[in-house]
Structure formats: C-alpha cells, structure tokens
Design a protein around this ligand. Sequence first.
Ligand code: HOZ
Length: 429
Amino acid sequence: MYTYESSRSLFERALHSIPGGVNSPVRAFKSVGGTPVFFEKAKGAYLYDVAGQRYIDYIASWGPMILGHGYEPVTRAIQQQVEKATSFGAPTEIEVEMAELIKSMVPNVDLIRMVNSGTEACMSALRVARGYTGRNKFIKFEGCYHGHADPFLVKAGSGVATFNIQTVPGITAGAANDTLTCAYNDLAAVEKLVAGHKGEIAAIIVEPVAGNMGCILPEPGFLEGLRRICDEEQMLLIFDEVMNGFRLALGGAQERLGIDADLVTYGKVIGAGMPVGAFGGKRHIMEVVAPLGGVYQAGTLSGNPVAMTAGLTLLKALKEKPELLTELDEKTLYLKDGLDAVLKAWGQPYVINHLGSMISIHFSAQPVVNFAAAAAADNARFNRLFHALLKRGIYLPPSAFESWFLNNALTKEDLDQTIQAVKESLEEL
Ligand code: HOZ
C-alpha cells in the first residue's frame, strides 16, 4: 500500500519557501490533483520516493534518461570529472569532442553552440533566425512548448496548457505580437499566415514530434510542407528536438522523418539529464553567432565540463550501439500493443499516439492531432488513471498534456506489470 505522508509533509514545508512548493509548475500535481511525490533516488527504470517506495518511471526526467537512471558509465564519468574540475568559464577539449560527436550524428549540423537548457537553446535559435533574416515575426504551433522565454509563451503546451493560462502576465504585448500561431498539423493555416505577413516572418519553429500536449505526431506531408514554405519564403525551419533528439534516432526527428531543418535545438539529453542545451545548424546561418557574427549569446556555464562529460558518455554509448534505440522502440511497441489490448477490452473511446519511445493515451473518440483535440479529450479520466497507476507503483507524467518517455532499463516484467496495472486501473475509472 503506497503512502504519501512523507511527501505531503515535505510539500507543506516547501510551500513556505518555494512558489507553489515546486521549481517547475507541472510537478505541483495541480492538474491531476493530490500531493506531488518527492523523490530521493533513481536507478535503472525505477524511481524511489522519500518513503522508499518504488515506481516504474515513464518520464525519464522528461526524456534524457534513455538508458535508464544511474547508467554506470555516465555516473563514473561524472565522478572522474568532478575530481578534475566542475567549472572553468573557459574552453575545454570536452566541448570540442561534444560538438564533433553531435556533428557526426546529425549531418546538417555544421556549427553548434552549447547552452544550459532547452529554453536557452530555443530562445537563442530564434535570435539567430531573426538576426540572419532581418525579420522579427515567427510561427509556432498551439500546444508546442519551446521553453519559457517570452516569445514562446503564447499558446504554449505543457505547464501553460496544464494550468490553462491563456495570457501570461509579465510577457509584453510587443513580445507576443511577433509570435504568430496556428494549429499543429494545419498546413493551410500556415500558408494563410505566411501570405498575410509576406517578408515579415523569420522562422517556423516546431516540435517535429510534439511532446508537450501529450505525444502528437506530424501527419504525412506536414513537416514536408513546412520545409517547402520556408524555402519559398526564405524563412528558417527550426526543429525543437529537445524531446526527440537522440531518442527517435541518432540523428533525431530529422533522421527518423527525413526532413532537413535549418536550425535544431537540444536540451538535457546532451547532458544525460544534467542541465544542458544546444543550438546548431548550417554554417552560413550559424556564422551570425558571436564572436563570428553580431548575434550575441553567452554564458559562464555553457559547455560546463561535468554536464559535457555526462552527455558525451551517453551519446557515445548510443552511437556505438545504435541497437539500443531499436530495443527501446521495440519495448515501447510492446507496451503500446499491451495497452491497446486492455483499452479495447475496456470498451470506451481512447487514442494511443506513439512513435519510437514516445507515447501517450488520450480518452478521446476523435484522432488527437493537435492541441484542441488533446484539450477536448476526457482529461479528468486521465487524471484518475494517473492516480490509480501511481498507487500501483507506476509514475506517469502528472498531466495529460505531456508525452510519456520510456527508458531502455525497462524490462518485459516492468512493461507487463504496467499493462496489468492499467487493466486494473481502468476498472476503477
Ligand atoms: N513541463 C515540463 C516538461 N514538458 C516539465 C519540466 C519539469 O517539471 O521538470
């Protein structure tokens, strides 16, 4: 029997000194209700809370724990690096190795700059696109989340959607006015926006496989259409691969879906879960970045040696054994088939969206192809499923507007246990 007393008292304590008791809103469980679980350690596919209770993990720190938590080579590499130095604010060989490794895995990245988070990566990529094109406006899709920099907090998914925040206080109208939005998968709406703003749009930014309104897949032709429109209008196509990168394929969504973006952004995955991000792309575009060009971007912790060492070790492991990603995809397919079987037997409307090792369930009778469809689903039912699974030791993202992420430490027994727990939980909904 799972108990949450220890987490509850920590949460109450946290409320006195941290806004809402958490350092990132979705963690507060406001969407699903109840008390957030406070964790103490993680190993392989499991999380352990402060009361020592074990959970099978389906968030993988929102993506980066591709090979599971506490992956030994990464832990060892971090320990060795910490002995040498934790920060220089000056160049290191590890950063060069990291840049070379990413270039070898993502062919259209000629130059890449390390930053500290996915937010920084996306905000910097947009600045580059604006600096390169001399235009201010850009297009993003409703429900896509590109971090919390001002221009992106317009119809953003993830926490903003979870809490139904329509207008974000603190974002100036000036910042928001340059953000043009339309529905994900709606190419005709993109064409219309572009026609109405000829010569004003610097870029289109997109999560190629969206993970911040649940997992939502691009329909055939959508990303190809964005590529074509960007070419026709001299706009840049930015792929936000914070969730997709090195997970959907070594070369990320670009490789898996066969689309060539102009700029690409990464997040914590290139730090194996440590605080890192990066933006990169074609040479002629990235050459605008300071000190080569005038688009300024900087940071003492950028390319931090501990984070770089961790990421380098994970990415090298994936490059040396690409079959690890295949295994992970097979496990996800096994889970998907199992969930499909129990949901079908249950008999109520549902949708499972899935690609590679990203997956989500929506209680909807309609296909879930954009934010409006995800929001129209019976998300109260998702919230009940979340809690029914939590008490059975399964940790899903605490919001229907987030993708689940599998890790390769999951065993067949873990997946079977999860499928069985979903079967039992559905009977309670
Ligand atoms: N909304 C974030 C993922 N899409 C959650 C970040 C966090 O709480 O760590």
